[in-house]
Ligand binder design. Sequence first.
Ligand code: FES
Length: 152
Amino acid sequence: SAPDLALTVNGRPVRVNAAPATPLLYVLRNDLGLVGAKFGCGQGLCGACTVLVDDQALRSCDVPLWAVAGKSVTTVEGLAGDGPPHPLQQAFVHEQAAQCGYCTAGMIMSAAALLKRQPRPARADIVQALERNLCRCGTHPRIVRAIERAAA
Ligand code: FES
């Protein structure tokens, strides 16, 4: 069988025994029970599966397990650590920035990556950062407001 692959997920070291080409999304959801990242398109197009890999927003459906060996993966479950909800999570609740909610985790993780590299983004930066995160409910205006609130 394939050797175990070591990585860090939400600050904890984990070892995964799966084929190296397995999409990270499947490992997170099926092997590690972290179901915050969602399967939308499975082709890197919708952003529902977005997680942080070493602070960069990546589409986990499009990242093979081998590519994250030794790296640090953060999912929406780990964004706040053991503390209270992350400011982005609080702002999404406050602005009611979800309708069906399927895109929410991916939106929050894309926004988290943006705020890490740019703590006070302009509205245009927020819109650009979310350009490839799709929301079928049309909730983008509230999502942008929530990110502005979290960054304020
Ligand atoms: Fe990964 Fe759509 S499920 S981008």
